[in-house]
Design a binder for this molecule. Structure first.
Ligand code: 3H9
Length: 686
């Protein structure tokens, strides 16, 4: 019988089977919660039914509360009440787990009186990644099953726990076989036969483990000082020695406090951004083949792309001009694959290497499905390669360039098949970084674009669609924020302070440390390329050029902004002083907040323009690029999510006030001004 839109119950004599069916991941939305309460009511009204089992249809048991309900008015019944009702049922209920039982799903399972899992099942309480704590009894019931030490580690890391570990930790009572519905039937019968023990989790005792809690707090303060919810997870686990109802009531208060933070909104935005980027106009178009990849250029980038393809099980032909370059490329791939084996990402290195061919003969590329050019960043070089590829590639092959900023339309003109040409912009190291910008040029056909997305998916990349502009989405924003950082540096903020302020706010790395890592010559080449078109009124900071001219290119030369030991490079400091003296700049102090505010505002300004020009289709695409390729703090959700959080009108005021000192750089994008007038948001445009 149907108890709600998503929950049904089968009465089979003295047992009942409760089924959740809410695709795609059986999230515990309102109809699931209503259905579960109705099931418990039904069991109470049918005492002749002596055992019940709960299972889910589809690919997984419940993967959590319905994240789409967050931030909206709560709908009755709440999940904590549902879990309590399950636990209070006089009829024992066994839960059958399969797939990924996460968050509210595991909380439902722990509210039941026993848990059995099908092979391959995983469990976890990943709420901390969404800026909240498990809020439906998870912080109170897991310690009752596992002890506080295990629970606090699992809840503060939010990690997925494999079946064997879940069994030994006491979260799962045993294994099941067969399909979830048959396993449920067997489990309910086993309860009746006395073969499966049941008990209420809330009735179990917990021993306080203050050392484990202190250790967790110390770890979090060190590694995630800017995050709110991890420490609150520890606070909640600490409450688990209280009687269950009292503990859950206190857990609820902490949950609500976390739920109301901007960090929760940012983290959930990031969760949806990761998935939203796949919804592109080309999504439904059948792609061409993506099995055999040709990589042109065996440098760091080419070797990384080749590694990514090999790790995904594809066949790769790698070419370069001479044997020495090929040998270096092979060595790099070999080392990358060794690393993958070490990290458990690859089982058989020999199998991967057997799918790799290397050659200096570009004719070998005539059979490949997709060619990815990763040669030197120079338009003439790229055009020559594409003219060559046009001759060699089979009809229908996709011709992709990994350029970071060059005009893909111009590159495409070097071929007689511009419809087959696109950009696939990987990030270094390409076999590790998750982002890939899929650059759709003017002539790129939808089928070609769909093939680019299909390849990125096989490589397990987060693929974001971008139009053509200098630097595409990510590097164009990077250029703008780098300028904002350089202006602050010249005006008096030590670059070490700028890096430290941004890192304390959650950025993976400050801009000057990033430059040292990537090599100062990358931006130097870009500045030289753009020098001819730079407007005379644009403020220009010379110091990075002086560093490059002196051979201080960052880590690869032993010094850049910083020396090897991480202290500021005296050559950088003296170049800065000389430039200030020459330009008559009296250095002033900046607070850390001001540094973060200016950096973020510059980022928002450029991000707004990129959306305004439709280089990015939606604001959320821009956010995804920054989040997954540029170390933007996940809890801030991305620059355009931040624009909404700050508000268009205050942002316009802020930019106008910065413009007092530099009207050329600080200009309010039209879209922001419009939004300030209409009280609009970027979220409305996603
Ligand atoms: C929680 O439980 C709070 C409670 O403690 C307290 C409450 C009071 N809700 O990832 P996929 C969608 S917090 C709504 O591509 P996969 C997802 O957006 C929750 N929707 O598949 C996507 O939609 P679309 C704790 C959800 O196989 C589709 O399902 N739980 C939810 O690669 C497929 O998702 C979590 O944090 C949800 N909970 O991975 C788990 N989950 O197709 C979050 C997914 O329209 N989820 N969707 O883009 C995951 O980690 C992965 O989705 C999962 C499947 C591993 C389950």
């Amino acid at each position: 019988m149907q108890l709600s839109e998503t929950v049904s119950l089968d009465h089979e004599g003295d047992i009942a089977l409760i089924r959740i069916d809410n695709p795609p991941v059986n999230a515990a939305g309102v109809t699931v919660r209503q259905g579960l309460v109705a099931a418990v009511d039904w069991l109470a009204a049918h005492p002749q039914v002596e055992a019940a089992a709960l299972y889910a249809a589809g690919r997984t048991f419940v993967a959590g509360a319905d994240i789409r309900e967050f931030g909206k008015p709560p709908l009755d019944p709440w999940l904590p009440e549902v879990c309590q009702r399950l636990e209070d049922s006089a009829t024992p209920i066994v839960c059958i787990l399969h797939g990924t039982t996460l968050g509210g799903g595991l909380e439902i399972a722990m509210g039941c009186h026993a848990r059995l899992a099908l092979p391959g099942a995983k469990v976890g309480l990943p709420e901390v990644h969404l800026g909240i704590i498990p809020g439906a009894g998870g912080t109170q019931r897991m310690p009752r099953l596992t002890g506080q030490a295990f629970a606090v580690e699992a809840i503060t890391t939010g990690r997925h726990i494999a079946l064997e570990e879940a069994l030994s930790a006491g979260i799962i009572d045993g294994m099941a076989t067969d399909t979830p519905d048959q396993a449920a039937r067997n489990a309910a019968r086993a309860v009746l036969d006395g073969a499966l023990r049941t008990r209420a989790t809330g009735a179990q005792a917990v021993t306080a483990d203050p050392d484990a809690l202190d250790a967790a707090r110390a770890r979090i303060r060190k590694t995630q000082p800017h995050l709110y919810s991890p420490l609150r997870c520890v606070d909640a686990v600490e409450l688990s020695t209280l009687p269950i109802r009292e503990g859950i009531a206190r857990e609820r208060v902490i949950y609500q406090e976390c739920h109301d933070t901007p960090q929760r909104a940012g983290l959930i935005h990031a969760f949806f951004a990761e998935r939203a980027v796949a919804k592109v106009p080309e999504a439904g178009i059948p792609p061409r083949a993506t099995d055999h990849i040709g990589v042109i250029g065996a440098g760091t980038m080419g070797a990384g792309i080749a590694t990514a393809c090999l790790l995904a099980g594809l066949t790769v032909t790698l070419t370069d001009r001479d044997d020495a370059a090929i040998a270096r490329g092979r060595a790099a791939i070999d080392a990358n694959l060794d690393g993958a084996v070490k990290r458990g990402k690859l089982a058989d290195k020999d199998d991967a290497l057997a799918r790799l061919a290397t050659t200096t003969d570009s004719a070998a590329l005539s059979k490949v499905d997709i060619l990815i050019e990763a040669a030197f960043e120079d338009m003439a070089v790229k055009q020559a390669i594409f003219a060559d590829l046009d001759r060699i590639a089979k009809p229908g092959a996709v011709l992709a360039t990994n350029t970071s900023y060059l005009d893909v339309n111009t590159i495409a003109q070097a071929t007689a098949r511009p419809g087959d040409v696109m950009g696939l912009h990987f990030f270094s190291p390409a076999h590790v970084m998750r982002l890939c910008e899929v650059v759709v040029a003017e002539a790129t056909t939808p089928e070609t674009a769909a093939t680019g997305f299909a390849l990125a998916k096989r490589l397990r990349k987060i693929a974001v669609r971008s139009g053509v502009c200098d630097g595409f989405i990510g590097n164009r924003i990077l250029r703008s924020t780098r300028r904002a950082a350089e202006y602050m540096m010249l005006d008096g903020a030590p670059f070490a302070q700028i890096d430290a302020a941004l890192e304390a706010a959650g950025w993976a790395m400050g801009p000057f440390r990033v430059s040292d890592l990537a090599g100062l010559d990358i931006a130097w080449a870009q500045r030289k390329r753009l020098a001819a078109t730079r407007p005379p009124e644009e403020r220009y900071v010379d110091m990075p050029d002086r560093l490059c001219e002196a051979g201080h290119l960052g880590r690869k030369t032993g010094a850049g902004y910083y020396l090897k030991d991480g202290t500021p490079n005296p050559a950088a400091l003296s170049a800065l002083e000389a430039e200030r003296a020459a330009k008559g700049i009296a250095p002033r102090t900046f607070t850390d907040d001001e540094i973060v505010s200016r950096f973020l505002t510059a980022m928002i300004m450029e991000a707004s323009r990129i959306f305004e020009e439709r280089i990015a289709l939606r604001p959320i695409d821009v956010d995804a690029v920054l989040l997954f390729g540029y170390g933007f703090p996940r809890h801030l959700g991305g620059p355009l999510h931040q624009a909404d959080a700050i508000g268009a009108a205050p942002l316009v005021d802020r930019i106008d006030s910065f413009a007092q000192e530099d009207r050329h750089f600080w200009q309010v994008p039209e879209i922001l001004r419009d939004m300030a007038h209409s009280s609009g948001t970027f979220a409305q445009r996603n």
